[in-house]
Structure formats: structure tokens, C-alpha cells
Design a protein around this ligand. Sequence first.
Ligand code: AMP
Ligand code: ZN
Ligand code: FE
Ligand code: FE
Length: 288
Amino acid sequence: MPSSPHSRSIDLHTHSSVSDGTETPTQLIRSALAAGLDTVALTDHDSTAGWEEARSAASGTGLMVIPGMELSTRVQFASVHVLGYLFDPANAALIAETARIRSGRLHRAERIVQRLSADFELTWDDVLAQSTEGATIGRPHIADALVARGHAPNRSAAFASMLHWKSGYYEPHYAPSPLAGIRMITEAGGVAVLAHPGTGGQRAVVPEAELRELIAAGLAGLEIGHRENTEAGKAVLRRYAETYHLIVTGSSDYHADGKPNRLGENTTAPDQLERILARASGSEPFAG
Ligand code: AMP
Ligand code: ZN
Ligand code: FE
Ligand code: FE
């Protein structure tokens, strides 16, 4: 369910073709304007490569762009996404770690494709044809290749079948721990927010003792408004936010045609964005 409407329309989680969205950063900025947003964060997976294009595209439009990233982290087999906002894109530790993650993703995708190719007509070139040069490669690009070959009707269907973690073709990719990821974003002057932390329902939300460790490492906020968070999960997250005075965000996780999520379907309250801006010291928002 969309969160209550705010007088300003602020969406802090979107993907472009720099990772697994289907629109270029320029197209994404146009879509954000068309959707009536006045602030949008570009948060591609493990990459800041879209920041400059987004900045140019927003110039003169009145749209505010918050440069960000969705950092892949992992606890055993469970993937945990951390949104980082307004960190220094030249931070050496973050550059090295995201390069390592992207390279791990690439080789893991090649292995998934190799396994799939035993049962389906599918080549690595098919996957490359679905991604732009230098993009952060993920299962979505494999999904698009499966769709292009006629093996699945759409991306979501491919995720529900051949690309599901239980499918036998899946494997995880290298990622740091959430603690290390949050520390890195924070040390780079950024603001770390846990992405969609309530998707598995009440029991799957991060335990309170672990949350305290993440907060000690710099965690600033929780993305509560997200279509994949369950109501039970959101209830726990709201209590955490209140107890620990965390920033609360709501966002779409837009991937253009790659996912049903629509821009502005969840939004962030202006006072929460102010808290993010006040805490950040690594880079400036692009005020178009
Ligand atoms: P990966 O990180 O390679 O394991 O792939 C998971 C990513 O795919 C998540 O970040 C999802 O947001 C993304 N994704 C994009 N489109 C879809 C979709 N239609 N269904 C499920 N996940 C998707
Ligand atoms: Zn994604
Ligand atoms: Fe995510
Ligand atoms: Fe995302």
C-alpha cells in the first residue's frame, strides 16, 4: 500500500541501466519528472556510474537528485541491501569494495548461465546483449536473456522459476557483511539506510541486538515504506525506529520495465530527508 501522500514527492530508491533498471539515468530522470516527483535518489546496485549522467539530465529541471547506491551485503546465504546516500564517490575503500562485488557478481552470473545452458538454449552473449557496458550484472540480466530466448514470459516469471534460489541453478555472490558495508558508507561521509528490511515478516526482521550493532556501526535509517515489507514487518520496524530514533524512508525501488514498482508509490516525508541531508558529509545533492 502506498504511504500517505506528502506535500513534496520524495522517492529515495531507484535503479537505472547502470545496474538492473531498464531505463538509462537520463530516461529515469525524465520518468521522475513525468511522475511528478520533486526529489529522486539514484541508487544503482554497487555502482555510482550513473551519478554524472543523472546530474546532467536533471540540470535546469527543478528536480533534486540525491546521489546514492544500494550496496549488496550478505549474512550467510541471505542477501541484505544497504542504501547509501551522499557518500564521497572517490572514497578508496568503497571503490575497491564495490569493484570486488561487481566482479564477484559477474563471475557468479557466468556460472549460473553455464548451469542453465545445460537445460536451456542460452549463452553468455545473450546476457551481455541485455546489459550495458560496465553495468552491475545480476539475475535480472539473465532473466531478460531467458525472456528474449522465449524461455520465460517476463523477468518476474524467470525469478519465480529458473532464477529462484531453490532452482538448482542459483548461487550467491561475494558481498561484505552488513556491518562492514554500513561502516564503509558512513566512513565515506554517507548515510546508511537498511533497504526493505521487513520482507520476510515479523520474525525475519533483524533481531534487536544485531540492529544495535548496526546502529553502532553508523546505521541511520530504515526503509519502512516499500512494497515488499509485510505489515507485520513494518510494525516491528516502526517500533525500532521510535526506540532508536532512526530515520524512516519510503521508496519505490523502481526498475522501470524490470519490476512492477512505480515511481512515487511510496514516498519519504520531507523532515526525514532533511535528517539525511543534515547527516551527510560526503557529497552534495544535485539541485536541478
Ligand atoms: P541478484 O542481486 O543478482 O541476486 O538479483 C536480485 C535483484 O534483482 C534484486 O535487487 C531485485 O531488485 C532485482 N530484480 C529486478 N527485477 C526483478 C523482478 N522482476 N523480480 C525479482 N527481482 C528483480
Ligand atoms: Zn535491483
Ligand atoms: Fe534491494
Ligand atoms: Fe533496489
